[in-house]
Design a protein around this ligand. Structure first.
Ligand SMILES: [Fe+2]
Ligand SMILES: [Fe+2]
Length: 395
């Protein structure tokens, strides 16, 4: 069981940075970055096996009887999975990039996204009224979407060097298909006998709400939320077909554009998830509202710690591409900041626009669904909306 005293690092600094709306290259580097330290001396070439290697743990992470990835070191601190070399590798790639290109790593400021819906006050109100189903649904949706992160192992663009004018040796880009995507996929969907984030969120839900749903109910619930759960990943042909319909850069390799799209969209989801972590940790640690004596919240804190390498490698690789020149299929060069900037702006607009709208609609519909037939339906709905700052129209 996840221990009460288990230590998990606080939110990473990037989660609270503000400001840059765009990913256009900045030529300014801070003094800290410019003076270098050990920059250039750190190792930047790694094997996939090394990038997938975990630290030795003194105690495994168990949650509600589920063996999860990661574990605790002899000092009691939580050790995320597969970070023994991945974390120093990412730090070395970042340092090398700052050193060579004199530019900063792309940031996706958390405050670009609004607070979760429903917010904490609304969530507490529903639970206080005994209306648990919408919260169970939201936790199930989070776990399911986490599992989709494993799709990243199905994208790629072959030899990375042929797409760029400048060398990509010793970069995160050169390691995407050589350990980084696979580590990410295993973290999200689990690997071998160890549960990943998908099942860890389900375990948190089951601890807090004491196994609230059956598999059949889960499928129906996800359908209501507009999420389909295909048994098998889409075929590479189907993914390419979908990508060709969205294609923006006719001269750039389609699988490369598709991979970048996927990387940006996952990065934006990862960053927004930090709002959800705060919401979930607060809620699931409240003994008055949920079961488990805080164990579910501590599990979510471990998931949060595991997300840091995802955000870090994605923003590093995207920065490396931004500051290079893409080589098109015609042999023509395309400035990286134009390619990454355009795909980034599209993804942000989608995330803040249609994607959020859809999520708000399905969430409020789920609250109404849970209250259907309730004798105090109107009163509870009114109380729910009164505690929120967002009032989505229903579908
Ligand atoms: Fe995750
Ligand atoms: Fe993640």
């Amino acid at each position: 069981m996840l221990r009460a005293g288990a230590r998990v690092a606080a939110l990473p600094a990037w989660g609270h940075t503000s400001g840059r709306e765009s990913v256009r290259r900045s030529d300014e580097v801070t003094d800290r970055d410019a003076d270098g330290g050990t920059m250039g001396a750190e190792r930047t070439e790694w094997t996939a096996i090394e990038l997938l290697e975990s630290d030795e743990v003194a105690e495994p992470l168990l949650a509600g009887g589920v063996r999860c990835h990661g574990g605790f070191g002899s000092d009691g601190g939580y050790l995320p999975p597969r970070t023994r070399f991945r974390t120093p590798a990412i730090e070395a790639w970042q340092a090398r990039h700052r050193d060579e290109f004199r530019s900063e790593i792309i940031e996706a400021p958390l405050d670009m996204w609004p607070e979760p819906y429903p917010n904490l006050a609304q969530t507490r109100y529903l639970l206080g009224e005994g209306v648990r189903d919408p919260i169970v649904t939201i936790l199930t949706r989070i776990g399911t979407v986490e599992g989709f992160g494993a799709l990243i192992r199905h994208v790629g663009f072959g030899d990375p060097q042929r797409h760029f004018a400048e060398s990509v040796a010793g970069t995160a880009v050169a390691h995407l298909e050589n350990g980084l995507f696979e580590a990410h996929a295993r973290d999200e969907a689990g690997w071998e006998s160890e549960a990943g984030h998908k099942d860890m969120w389900f375990a948190a839900r089951d601890i807090a709400f004491e196994h609230p749903v059956t598999e059949d109910e889960t499928a129906l619930m996800l359908e209501r939320m507009g999420i389909s759960t295909p048994g098998a990943p889409p075929s590479p042909e189907a993914m390419l077909q979908a990508a060709s319909e969205m294609r923006i850069f006719a001269d750039i390799d389609l699988s490369l554009e598709m991979t970048i799209r996927r990387m940006i969209s996952i990065l934006l989801i990862e960053v927004q998830a930090f709002h959800l972590f705060a919401w979930a940790e607060d809620l699931l640690s409240d003994d008055g509202l949920v079961a488990g004596e805080g164990a579910a919240a501590r599990l979510v804190a471990c998931i949060r710690a595991d997300e840091t390498p995802h955000v870090e490698y994605l923003r590093t690789a995207l920065t490396e591409m931004r500051d290079r020149t893409f080589v098109g299929e015609s042999g023509r060069g395309h400035p990286g900041d134009e390619v990454i900037g355009r795909l980034w702006d599209d993804a942000v607009a989608d995330s803040l626009g249609p994607r959020r709208e859809q999520q708000l609609r399905t969430t409020v519909a789920e609250v109404e669904h849970a209250l259907a037939g309730h004798r105090r339906r109107d009163e509870i709905l009114e109380g729910f909306h009164a505690r929120g700052t967002v009032h989505p129209a229903t579908a």
